[in-house]
Design a protein around this ligand. Structure first.
Ligand SMILES: NC(=O)c1ccc[n+]([C@@H]2O[C@H](COP(=O)([O-])OP(=O)(O)OC[C@H]3O[C@@H](n4cnc5c(N)ncnc54)[C@H](OP(=O)(O)O)[C@@H]3O)[C@@H](O)[C@H]2O)c1
Length: 331
């Protein structure tokens, strides 16, 4: 545990590991992941002091929630915070669906999957923008807090503007957002406002879906049921969730340039995570991991030295030149 850093998750007051665990890939939509590998990944994260797990009711239709619950049952008493999400079971996925009755139904199902009577943190799962302009949705969440089913709630957003609107609701204690070397805009106004309001910031897609590990080439192939095969054009969900919305070839060229900036003693994946941890507004970063080795390597990023100023400036310059034109005005 000693090698992991911990931060406070905004006004929730919860202390969480600064490197958490993103549990989408162990649910589904990322090609096959054996249950044994998924469980070993969770175990490896726990062993290295990870205390924040992010999942959702739709990841593998509940598989991800159930795998986390099963692993935690093996480690009773571990002070872990599990965040799940609701909303994406709606089909069609429309703002009108975010009713008090539907939200309660989704929460009840997640409580059952997680095997708990109250969940630590519920996040709206990238709802349509219109939802942020419907105070009744947030009143419904307040109702679920009052009923003792959720302890805290927040939102997972696609766009900076959605985040800024969401945190105007006093009950919104956390925002989950994409922030990485290829997606730097949240570090501006949003981070300042989140800090000012004491909102916890959960950083997702930190490795740009694996691109920022430096292991991919133009020949890298993905399984047909991996979103990196079927969502490159955004035909299944927001294209920003796949490679952070960066065109694969552009991303690969930028990664080539990044190589020279990675300090000795770090992998590129750890460098990408370390870069995110340089920002004080970040409460926790949640890389996905499909096996124990990935989970352990990601957790170890917490204990690596901070990046120096010239390196931070060089990353900023690379983003401005190569990546920003594709993403800056979209999210
Ligand atoms: N709408 C939402 O709210 C939303 C959307 C997206 C993500 N999330 C959350 O954010 C989490 C993180 O984002 P993400 O999983 O989309 O993307 P990510 O963390 O950027 O990338 C994860 C993928 O990178 C590869 N990888 C991870 N660690 C590695 C390592 N050390 N070495 C080599 N490869 C490594 C693995 O895939 P391969 O080995 O197959 O390359 C892994 O599945 C998710 O798990 C989920 O909890 C939420």
């Amino acid at each position: 545990m000693a090698d992991m850093g911990y931060r406070v998750l905004g006004r929730t007051g919860l202390t969480v590991s600064e490197v958490g665990f993103g549990a989408w890939a162990i649910g589904g939509t990322w090609g096959p992941v054996a249950e044994s590998d998924a469980t070993a990944a969770i175990r490896a994260a726990l062993d290295r002091g990870v205390t924040f797990f992010d999942t959702a009711d739709v990841y593998g239709d509940g598989r991800s929630e159930c795998l986390i619950a099963a692993a935690l049952r093996e480690s009773p008493g571990t002070p872990v915070v599990v965040a799940t999400k609701a909303g994406r079971r709606l089909d069609p996925h429309l703002a009108e669906g975010y009713s008090a009755a539907n939200l309660e139904r989704f929460v009840d199902r997640s409580l059952s999957n997680l095997g708990v009577e109250a969940m630590d943190l519920l996040q709206l799962h990238c709802p349509p923008t219109e939802v942020y302009y419907r105070p009744e949705v947030f009143e419904a969440l307040d109702g679920l807090v009052g009923a003792g089913k959720i302890r805290h709630y927040g939102v997972s957003v696609e766009k900076v503007e959605e985040a800024l609107k969401a945190i105007e609701y006093p009950g919104v204690e956390t925002v989950q957002i994409i922030f990485n070397i290829f997606r730097q805009r949240p570090a501006g106004l949003f981070f300042a406002e989140a800090q000012r309001r004491g909102v916890g910031v959960i950083v997702r897609v930190p490795l740009a879906s694996g691109l920022l590990t430096g292991k991919m080439t133009p020949e890298t192939a993905f399984a047909p049921d991996d979103h990196r095969s079927f969502n490159r054009d955004g035909s299944a969900f927001d294209v920003g969730e796949t490679f952070a919305g960066v065109d694969f070839e552009t991303g690969l060229s930028a990664v080539e340039e990044l190589r020279s900036l990675v300090p000795v003693g770090m992998t590129m994946a750890q460098f990408a995570l370390r870069w995110i941890l340089m920002f004080g507004a970040v409460s926790t970063v949640i890389p996905g991991a499909k096996d124990a080795a990935q989970a352990a390597a990601n957790a170890a990023a917490s204990n690596l030295p901070p990046l120096d100023e010239p390196t931070m400036a060089a990353v900023s310059d690379l983003y401005s030149r190569l990546i920003a034109p594709q993403v800056r005005h979209r999210w």
